[in-house]
Design a protein around this ligand. Structure first.
Ligand SMILES: Cc1ncc(COP(=O)(O)O)c(C=O)c1O
Length: 442
């Protein structure tokens, strides 16, 4: 490969890659060197169709001219402004535009730099909110088995993916988990929202009974769980969670890091499902993956609760050096422009039916034990090779890459989430390639 100074270098050792089998990768690297629209180009000069929008983030397609321009201009005009006790106009505009996309009352935005930071921020706001209301005994946080909420200590504590938790000590105390909603024995091969399992929300009532509502601050769920391999909310499930939280004065947080910004063919999952949480965490699609940025959208009630006490006092002792970074804010504004002008959320909605048919066309293909879809999300669950979990899906991933299609696997599940600019012929290419590969692998 070529290093940044243009000289050949084979030393891949120094970089400790995240969520990667480092030794396996470094023995046979897969290097991407440029990207435009729906495609990457790899170091060998091959074109790779992006079936995953990077990591669920490049919703507007790669390197749109408008975002590239906005980012370059912003760096030239002002690289950075202190985030504490100082401001700059673009971040205020971005917050206002995001809150205008959401149901009334979800109208204050706290910026972060990633999904993980957004989750930890939302959990902290939940605790501090109850305390500010004089309800300081509400300290428990409730997540869900198989949930993914990033990799901060808060996020892995409420998260429910064993591998992400088990080596990191005792995590936060006072956390409990609801069961996940993956019921393949009842819902396998469902199209869209599954019929069975809405009553699993009642497990929250059981947890409330166990701990008492007066000890519980918040419940956090992904409206559609992505990283665990795409688990959809059964019919009625999210509304039932909302009702139980309302009944007991518990805050409901939707982690919309992957569902925000058009993935389901609506601005956010809250719009798609018609269920309103008290906070929404976001990242990824906020800048279409161009510049790291995340945020927490809070209800007016939460924000107003903090805007008490002496006006010269800081209301929330929390924030990041790069909260609302000017370059990220410029990227965010340009990204929202692209979404709007190109009608990308509507486009995702229009294509969802074609996508669903394409996903379910794999029924009967070798190794396939379930297929799931919603909006522009698809999951192909493969039967694991006995004694070798993850190996079959990973081989499919490698073979698809060789054939010029980037997919993503988690366990033995292939998860697909293409940029929203995808064309029907790209959808055909993705699924034709997967079908061929499933016929080739052991
Ligand atoms: C639902 C959800 N929350 C949080 C995160 C963490 O985001 P980040 O990797 O930007 O920290 C992710 C990332 O995939 C996610 O899917």
């Amino acid at each position: 490969m070529t290093n940044t100074s243009g000289t050949a270098s084979n030393n891949l050792d120094a970089f400790w890659m995240p969520f990667t089998a480092n030794r396996q990768f470094k023995a046979n690297p897969r290097m991407l060197v440029s990207a435009k629209g729906m495609h990457y180009t790899n170091a060998e000069g091959g074109k790779v169709l992006d079936g995953t929008a990077g990591l669920w983030c490049v919703n507007a397609g790669h390197s749109p001219d408008r975002i590239v321009k906005a980012v370059s201009e912003q760096i030239a005009e002002m690289d950075y402004a202190p985030a504490f006790q100082m401001g700059h106009p673009k971040v205020f505009e971005l917050a206002a535009r995001i809150s205008a996309m959401l149901p009334n009352g979800l109208d204050h935005v706290f910026f972060t730099n990633s999904g993980s930071e957004s989750v930890d921020t939302a959990l902290k706001i939940a605790l501090a909110y109850h305390r500010a209301k004089g309800d300081g005994t509400r300290t428990r946080l409730i997540g869900r088995e198989r949930g993914y909420h990033g990799v901060g200590f808060g996020g892995i504590s409420v998260g429910g993916i064993v591998a992400n938790r088990k080596t990191f000590g005792t995590l936060l105390t006072g956390v409990d988990h609801m069961p996940h909603t993956h019921l393949p024995e009842k819902n396998a091969f469902s199209r869209g929202i599954p019929e069975h399992g809405g009553d699993l929300a009642d497990e929250l009532e059981r947890i409330v009974t166990l701990h008492d509502a007066s000890t519980i601050a918040a419940v956090i769920v992904e409206p559609v769980a992505g990283s665990t391999g795409v688990i959809l909310p059964p019919k009625g499930y999210l509304q039932r969670l909302r009702d139980i939280c309302d009944k007991h004065g518990i805050l409901l947080i939707f982690d919309e890091v992957i569902t925000g910004f058009g993935r389901l063919g609506a601005s956010f999952a809250t719009e798609y499902f018609g269920v309103k949480p008290d906070m929404i965490t976001m990242a990824k699609g906020l800048t279409s993956g161009t510049i790291p940025m995340g945020g927490v959208i809070c209800s007016k009630e939460i924000y107003d609760t903090f805007m008490n006490g002496p006006e010269n006092m800081i209301e929330l002792f929390h924030g990041y050096t790069y909260s609302g970074h000017p370059v990220a804010a410029a990227a965010g504004l340009a990204t929202l422009d692209v979404y709007k002008e190109e009608g990308l959320f509507e486009r995702a909605n229009d294509l969802a039916g074609y996508w669903e048919d394409a996903v379910h066309s794999l029924k009967g293909a070798p190794h396939v034990i379930d297929l799931r879809n919603l909006g522009l999300i698809g999951a192909i669950e493969l039967e694991p090779i006995p004694g070798k979990p993850t190996a079959r899906a990973f081989e499919a991933f490698l073979k698809c890459y060789e054939k010029g299609v980037l997919i993503r696997t988690t366990g033995d599940i292939i998860a697909l989430s293409p940029p929203l600019i995808i064309e029907k012929e790209h959808i055909d290419q993705i699924f034709d390639t997967i079908r061929t590969v499933l016929g080739e692998i052991a």
